[in-house]
Design a protein around this ligand. Structure first.
Ligand code: GLU
Length: 466
């Protein structure tokens, strides 16, 4: 296929999670044209807030769609709740061709029949009872005001075959399917139906979706063939598992995209991680979305489920932060962090963040340490500084006066004046300047501080002599 057209077709019944985000990403990476369709047929569970959140999440990830809500194309057609007339046309067509029939069985009747089949060790499927009603019977029941669903008449004793782009050749016996509902009693379209019709009408060439939809596909192909509509290729992507090997869920580490955004994850980190869950790239470095797209290969989608591991995401996060430019990192910081970084120290602080932080909270902690008076070292850390003695800090103050911003000169002077070296030189300075014994390189701590704060912190330990 030279010009693949793909789609993402979420149901707006909740926040977007990692599994869905990966489906969207693969579809966007593979499609030359990519469309977004909102499958909001479940009126009770679909909510507008989830739609806006979905659009925000996709945009945040850097995914753009050529057609769909918020794109340059007219949008109302991309909400299934607005497409009743389209579906009505095809119901009509199927009914007239006797490829679909009204079913009056009540939920209780269906449930009883299901139990009987299960008890007899048979797979539950609809008996086809209402499919045998005469036209008069149907008319009489409709006249009585009985509610009916519409069922698709599945051809008997036949097979549906297709070549899944991930899972290879598939073959289903139609006798295992049973006539299924395509319109619910309340008039709303069933998933199998509107999803398949829309893919065909919207010119989708490749449907990429979770493997949990694999068994829906024969039903959808039957509908499309019955209507003489175009059938797409299908690529059923392996499930994402949590770190315990069970399907990814809130319990084993899944997060909503919204939550990841709030935690300060960088979209490029997320897409680099997602693009490698169940898809193999030769290049193991951080890639831009364009590069990910260029090297995406539908043949590189794996058949076996793959695991999501937060450590992988954090690895990509670190790479993304290390490569980000100043302006990006500045905006990535929390507003309250930006508010406490003095303008002249900004460039050096960002540089420090780039090499030492992975999350905005960590950056905030360092900003607080460097730029506010809130240094509260533990007694042990204070002891490390005190141990160096007042003379050491007096020498440090002299060295600052001479060296100013020049860290190498400062250290040389301090070494010469105090006679301290190695850990005895570094640790007391670190303790005095940051109240911590770990963290960024000393040169960064030294240079990111405002000169008067630096002097004040050294003076704290220089005793009465200052
Ligand atoms: N609305 C369906 C879902 O969210 C779409 C499935 C599909 O991609 O075909 O599961």
């Amino acid at each position: 296929m030279n010009h693949p057209k793909t789609r993402f077709a979420p149901s707006p019944t909740g926040l977007m999670h990692l599994g869905n985000a990966r489906t969207a990403l693969f579809s966007a990476l593979f499609g030359e044209r990519f469309l977004l369709r909102i499958e909001d047929t479940d009126q009770e569970r679909s909510r507008n807030e989830f739609v806006s959140e979905l659009l925000d999440d996709l945009r945040w990830m850097g995914l753009e769609w050529d057609e769909g809500p918020g794109s340059a194309q007219p949008t109302s057609d991309y909400f299934q709740s607005q497409r009743d007339e389209v579906y009505a046309h095809y119901y009509d067509h199927l009914e007239r061709a006797e490829l679909a029939y009204p079913c009056f069985c009540t939920p209780t009747e269906l449930e009883v029949a299901r139990k009987v089949q299960l008890n007899a060790g048979q797979p539950p499927r609809y008996s086809g009872k209402c499919g045998r009603l005469s036209a008069e019977d149907v008319e009489r029941r409709l006249q009585k005001g009985l509610q009916a669903t519409l069922r698709f008449r599945v051809p008997r004793n036949s097979t549906v075959e297709f070549n899944d782009r991930v899972r290879g050749p598939q073959k289903f016996n139609t006798d295992d399917i049973g006539d299924f509902i395509i319109r619910r009693a309340d008039g709303s379209p069933a998933f199998f139906f509107c999803n398949a019709i829309d893919d065909a009408l919207m010119g989708v060439t490749h449907v990429m979706r979770g493997e949990d939809h694999l068994t829906n596909t024969p039903r959808q192909l039957l509908i499309l063939k019955a209507l003489g509509l175009h059938t797409p290729d299908y690529a059923h992507i392996s499930l994402v598992l949590g770190d315990d090997g069970a399907p990814l869920s809130k319990r084993n580490g899944s997060r909503s995209i919204n939550q990841l955004r709030e935690e300060g994850y960088i979209p490029l980190a997320l897409v680099n991680m997602l693009a490698r869950i169940g898809h193999h790239y030769e290049n193991e470095n951080l890639m831009s979305l364009d590069e990910l797209k260029r090297h995406f290969d539908i043949g590189h989608l794996g058949k076996s489920p793959s695991r999501f591991d937060i450590a992988h995401l954090n690895h990509w996060q670190e790479s993304a932060i290390r490569k980000a430019d100043d302006a990006y990192l500045w905006n990535w910081l929390r507003a309250e962090t930006r508010a406490i970084v003095p303008e002249p120290q900004r460039a050096r602080f960002i540089d420090m963040v780039r090499s030492n932080c992975v999350f905005p909270d960590q950056a905030h902690e360092w900003a607080r340490i460097l730029f506010t008076d809130e240094l509260t070292p533990s007694p042990e850390i204070e002891a490390v500084a005190r141990q160096a003695g007042e003379a050491f800090f007096l020498a440090a103050l002299d060295a600052v006066a001479e060296a100013g911003d020049n860290f190498d000169m400062f250290m040389a002077q301090l070494k010469a004046k105090s006679g301290a070296k190695g850990k005895q030189l570094f640790m007391p300075l670190r303790a005095a300047l940051s109240g911590r014994l770990d963290g960024p390189e000393l040169i960064k701590l030294y240079q990111a501080q405002e000169p008067f704060v630096l002097r004040k912190r050294l003076a704290e330990y220089a005793g009465a002599a200052t």
